[in-house]
Ligand binder design. Structure first.
Ligand code: UD1
Ligand code: CA
Length: 455
């Protein structure tokens, strides 16, 4: 028995029932294409498989582009004449001295440990992953002899009434022995109800050639589920999210409701984190110890350091938030933002491509864009950095201990010097020196005789 393994992923099926222009295997579960789930499950096998071949048909270029990696070969199957025919197309890419694991590109939740169990149990024999279903209709049935050994796999359309009553089915995931692979595939015929080249006919050949047939049954039905429709895609999404939530709970994260969290990427969390309901995590999100995320937040590609609190309804994307910050409610952080420790970003504040130093605050209704804010600065309500002149973006620099009053416009490029104060309602278009007060003089008038117009 050699250590190396070929992996063939069948992904040529049409996916007609998805009613989509996107190839079926590129639809996503937990933020990742179905096919990528399958490839990653196989890649995690120990030892790692030597060769991977994806058999594609529809949307070939899109499939290649979506999962392209140096370890992958692709084989086109056109027309699609059955699962056996599909594996035949992969043969030129396979190592003859290795066994071949056959997976389906539309069965995304299969676990590495289950594949490893199949590989280990099969030895030099033919391995078949099976599952017992309450309703086996549509699937190939596992027919066993009196001694309980696998005698055949019979497709639904070729099955007799007693065979149809069998509830143990072929998941389609198989381990093909190395010695016979080419001969068996060459001997397949399409002499059956569907006129397809059935991969399952290799069971007959194995019995004829005295090669042991090993059935490994998984108790976890969910990992054998395939996607043929949007309803099934939605069902698998819930299963995948349930498993992610379970893992987070095992790590010690507090989830207000494990049924109301969605992770579409990787979420790394420290100790004693707390996540309220209906939060979505996309891409690579890292939360430190004691981080609290309020309800209804969307976080994408952000890291948040220890002890910070995100209040409800925040949208945070692409940046780093330091320790013990307070963000939100209703805050928006856009890519390229770095907040030092103890920063406060309050409601209806948008921060884009900016740095804010230790202890600085923008608590209400502000836009801070392309800015560098020093330490312990305070940005008043209604303050806007006017960073865009219609053609180019310009920087605003707000130095340490600056106090900006309410409703101030900072027309970039501009610098407000350390410790300066800017009066409410001021438009700053020239640099402000350190210290002192900057303001625009505006007179207030009152006309006691003035009358409102009448309709
Ligand atoms: C196949 C098995 C059946 C098993 C069932 C599990 C055969 C003959 N039958 O059924 O025993 O219970 O899977 O779902 O193998 N594909 C190709 N090219 C083809 C045909 C299929 O790439 O020409 C791919 C599909 O994209 C899919 C997989 O193979 O990922 C299975 O095809 P599908 O038609 O869903 O399964 P059946 O052939 O009906
Ligand atoms: Ca079929």
């Amino acid at each position: 028995m050699t250590a190396a393994l070929n992996v063939v992923v069948l992904a040529a099926g049409m996916g007609k029932r998805m009613h989509s222009n996107v190839p079926k295997v590129l639809h996503r579960v937990a933020g990742k294409p179905l096919l990528a789930h399958v490839l990653d499950a196989a890649r995690a096998l120990q030892p790692a498989p030597g060769r991977f071949c994806v058999v594609y048909g529809h949307g070939g270029e899109m499939v290649r582009e979506a999962v392209c990696a140096p370890d992958l070969a692709f084989a086109r199957q056109e027309p699609q004449l059955g699962t056996g025919h599909a594996v035949q197309q992969a043969l030129p890419h396979l190592d003859d001295s290795a066994r071949t694991l056959v997976l389906y590109g539309d069965v995304p939740l299969v676990r590495t440990e289950t594949l490893a169990a199949l590989v280990a149990a099969s030895g030099d024999g033919l391995g078949v992953l099976t599952v017992t279903l309450d309703d086996p209709s549509g699937y190939g049935r596992i027919v066993r002899d009196a001694a309980g050994r696998v005698a055949a796999i019979v497709e639904e359309k070729d099955a007799s009434a007693p065979d149809k009553a069998i509830r143990e089915i072929n998941t389609g995931i198989m381990l093909l022995p190395r010695a016979k692979l080419r001969a068996w595939l060459a001997a397949l015929s399409n002499d059956n109800a569907q006129h397809e080249y059935y991969l399952t006919d290799v069971v007959r050949f194995a019995l004829r050639d005295g090669v042991p047939v090993v059935a490994v049954e998984t108790p976890a039905q969910w990992e054998t589920l395939g996607v043929n429709s949007k309803a099934q895609l939605a069902q698998l999404e819930r299963i995948a999210q349930g498993r992610i939530a379970e893992k987070l709970l095992e790590q010690g994260v507090t989830l207000a409701d494990p049924g109301r969290i969605d992770v579409r990427g990787t979420l790394t969390i420290g100790r004693d984190a707390h996540i309220d309901v209906n939060c979505i995590f996309e891409g690579d999100v890292r939360l430190g110890d004691d981080v609290t995320i309020g309800a209804h937040c969307v976080l994408r590609d952000v890291s948040i350091a220890d002890g910070s609190e995100v209040l409800p309804f925040c949208h945070l994307e692409g940046g780093d938030i330091g320790a013990h910050c307070r963000i939100g409610p209703f805050a928006r952080m856009r890519p390229g933002t770095r907040l030092d420790a103890q920063v406060h970003i309050g409601n209806f504040v948008e921060v884009k491509a900016s740095e804010m130093g230790y202890g600085s605050k923008a608590n209400h209704l502000a836009y801070v864009g392309d800015s560098v804010v020093g330490r312990n600065a305070n940005i008043g309500a209604g303050t806007i950095t006017c960073n865009y002149d219609g053609a180019n973006k310009h920087r605003t620099v707000i130095e340490d201990d600056v106090h900006i009053g309410s409703d101030v416009q900072l027309v970039a490029p501009v610098t407000v010097g350390r410790g300066a104060t800017v009066g409410a309602g001021t438009t700053i278009w020239r640099d402000v020196p350190p210290g002192g007060l900057a303001l625009n003089r505006k007179d207030q008038v009152h006309r006691p005789q003035w009358k409102r117009p009448i309709k």
